[in-house]
Ligand binder design. Structure first.
Ligand SMILES: *Cc1c(COP(=O)(O)O)cnc(C)c1O
Length: 350
């Protein structure tokens, strides 16, 4: 690993107004892929890249990313949550987009080194963390649709507060019955940039109607899929249900952690196909007691209102439910070291 530290530390933002993804630490990790192999990872000062206007990623969207967090614990140690799972998923995204895979152990080592160098940027207030964004882009300078011959992999770090401006307050989600996020056989099950570009219009229209995000359905507008940056869970008649990973849904690591926690606590849970009609009927019959999203950025995000065909379905009186709260406490407890890590999910940085 080559390390080039910056001469001057940058001025830190006001840590009481961190928000999400607005500030970046002093350094970043960069690795280039040229002539069929990866170069040695380098840690360099955070700064702009210079790319030719014809660079492939700028035209054909050959780009993937990941998102995970590092937590500063009361004793000063730094903990990562299931980082290998993110890097393994990144390699699956790479394969789907004809990009080279990375050496997950080498990159994990580089990530830890970067976190140690910029450790003074990691906030320590409750609910805060450093959001880690590994990214890979096609960098060949040529037009023409084909896989790039060269790539850049990089990791940047952003000190963050809670994902939603109002913390754990229940969100308002619109069930999207026109646009779709991902068809079967498409790229919905990997974390590629284009999935997000394709989702913006629906999200924007939903925002204008007063909703935070949309809940995507499958291409026939029959089955529930996910929220675009979060997987979705419903508690129907005491059973926790989440859409099965049929090929168009991102396999979230928080989703998987929630399923494992539910099993541990003996709460009945199912991965299954869920129709939007089933959700609506459960609400009409008073059986839909909780709805929540899961994702690294927001951890557990309670849904207070579901918009569906000009109706607003209020969930649990627009309050966070018991199971959502328990899962939030359990997951964040493991991440911040207040609860035992019985699944071996925590990777210490130092
Ligand atoms: C990242 C992401 C999620 C959440 O995945 P986690 O691993 O839990 O952070 C869910 N859906 C989509 C589309 C995503 O990109």
């Amino acid at each position: 690993m080559k390390i080039k530290l910056c001469r001057e530390k940058r001025v830190k933002p006001d840590y009481s107004k961190l928000g999400f993804g607005k500030y970046f630490t002093d350094h970043m990790l960069v690795v280039d892929y040229v002539d069929g192999k990866w170069s040695e990872p380098e840690i360099v000062p955070y700064g702009d890249f210079s790319l030719a206007p014809c660079t492939t990623v700028l035209h054909y969207g050959q780009g993937i990313f990941e998102g995970l967090k590092a937590y500063k614990r009361p004793n000063g140690s730094i903990a990562l949550f299931r980082p290998r799972d993110n890097l393994i998923r990144m390699n699956r995204s790479a394969e789907r987009l004809c990009m080279p895979t990375i050496d997950t152990e080498l990159i994990l080592k580089g990530m830890k080194e970067l976190l140690e160098i910029d450790h003074d940027w990691i906030p320590s207030q409750p609910g805060t963390s450093v959001y880690i964004r590994p990214t890979m882009i096609g960098t060949e300078a040529a037009l023409g649709v084909h896989p790039s011959k060269t790539y850049r992999f990089f990791i940047i770090l952003s000190p963050v507060a809670s994902y939603y401006a109002n913390g754990l307050a229940p969100t308002k989600i619109l069930i999207e019955d026109k646009y779709v996020r991902a068809p079967l056989g498409g790229t919905g099950e990997v974390k590629c940039m284009a999935n997000y570009a394709a989702s913006l219009l629906a999200g924007d229209l939903a925002n204008k109607k007063g909703y935070d995000q949309v809940l995507w359905l499958d291409t026939e507008h029959k089955y529930v899929e996910e929220v675009g940056s979060m997987n979705i869970f419903f508690v129907i008649d005491g059973v926790v249900k989440t859409p099965a990973l049929v090929g168009s849904i991102l396999p979230g690591i928080t989703r998987d952690s929630v399923l494992k926690l539910l099993k541990k606590f003996g709460i009945p849970a199912e991965e299954t196909r869920i129709t939007v009609e089933e959700v609506y009927a459960a609400h009409q019959q008073g059986k839909l007691s909780e709805v929540f999203g899961t994702g690294t950025a927001a951890v557990i995000s309670p849904v207070g209102i579901l918009g569906y065909k000009n109706e607003e379905l209020v969930i649990n009186g627009n309050n966070m439910g018991k199971i959502s709260q328990m899962l939030y406490d359990e997951l964040t407890g493991i991440q911040y070291g207040e609860k035992p890590d019985t699944f071996g999910w925590i990777e210490r940085v130092k």
